[in-house]
Design a protein. Structure first.
Length: 321
């Protein structure tokens, strides 16, 4: 609005008998004029605006009257408060985007507000994007595996299985120089050094016959297989002979590869713990990863402790091989 139009409106206001304190408004910008005009007496200002029969004048005054009555940083904020009864942040906060399906094997990491999105993770024969929560779940509280399943059953974040954990570690290790890799590795390193990290993998040791390994226990994606898990503990390396057990628990039968991933992530040797003899009756244990400041990175297939958790979500590419 130019000075001539503002002067005209001031003249209309004066003619209609409304003389608020408009000193300094003549020649000011439009916002200053309307703010000053309405601030004196919003109800009377609106009445005068209607009498002027100038639609733009009425609109501008009405906006400021609403804003004055309801509060807010601008008219849109005021309307949200008046009719939607929600804070501006709830309206304007962007949703976490769903990743576009990958059509190639390219690796990359996106750093989003509450998660890292790792593209190009080979998991269950598919090329996937994996979201990893930047914060420990449930405000950093520890729970048993059973309780974690209940905590996460309805939400977006899930406990990662042993194979998903190691698929992510493998993708990071194979792409050390890519952007954000060191951030994610550092986050997981601190987890696995300082906490017992819970997975969704459960081992059911059988008193007779083969044991069972269940991944995504308690979720809709639950799957299981039978194999022998019971046996001696030991360091995982090329000569360990733990290939069958590791394939079932973390999806990798190459013990040298597992040792390499453990060293890359934590800087420590990797040790495998399990029941050493058959139980007298069937018993279940969670697969827990970490060391809690011990001298090694442990893969516990005999855990009874509560553990911490970092959520993961898998998005599978449309045209995975």
């Amino acid at each position: 609005m130019d000075k001539e139009n503002i002067d005209g409106l001031v003249s209309v206001v004066s003619t209609l008998g409304w003389k608020p304190q408009l000193r300094g408004v003549i020649g000011a910008d439009a916002d200053t004029f309307y703010d000053t005009f309405v601030a004196q007496n919003p109800q009377r200002a609106y009445e005068v605006a209607v009498q002027s029969q100038d639609p733009i004048f009425v609109q501008k005054v009405a906006e400021r009257v609403i804003q004055s009555a309801v509060g807010g940083t601008d008219i849109e904020d005021a309307i949200r408060k008046l009719y939607l009864n929600i804070a501006p942040a709830a309206v304007s906060e962007p949703a976490i985007p769903i990743p576009a399906p990958l059509s190639h094997s390219g690796f990359s990491i996106e750093s989003l507000p509450d998660r890292y999105r790792v593209h190009g993770v080979s998991y269950q024969g598919n090329l996937s994007s994996v979201d990893i929560s930047k914060a420990l779940l449930d405000d950093g509280k520890a729970h048993t595996q059973t309780d974690w399943v209940e905590v996460t059953r309805q939400g977006e974040w899930k406990l990662p299985s042993g194979p998903l954990y190691f698929a992510v570690l493998g993708a990071l290790c194979d792409n050390k120089d890519a952007a954000h890799v060191e951030e994610v590795r550092g986050m997981l390193r601190d987890d696995l050094r300082n906490y017992f990290m819970m997975t969704s993998t459960r081992i059911r040791y059988a008193s007779k016959g083969l044991d069972s390994v269940i991944h995504d226990v308690g979720y809709a994606t639950e799957s299981s297989q039978q194999t022998k898990i019971v046996g001696a503990d030991g360091y995982i390396n090329e000569a360990a002979g733990f290939g069958i057990e590791m394939q079932a628990l973390v999806g990798i039968n190459d013990c040298d590869r597992i040792e390499s991933l453990g060293s890359y992530t934590t800087g420590k040797k990797t040790y495998f713990w399990r029941l050493n003899t058959k139980p007298t009756q069937d018993v279940g244990h969670a697969l827990v990863l970490g060391g809690s400041n011990s001298g090694w990175f442990s893969i516990f297939a005999n855990a009874d402790v509560g553990g911490w958790a970092r959520g993961m979500v898998v998005h599978v590419a449309k045209n995975s091989p």
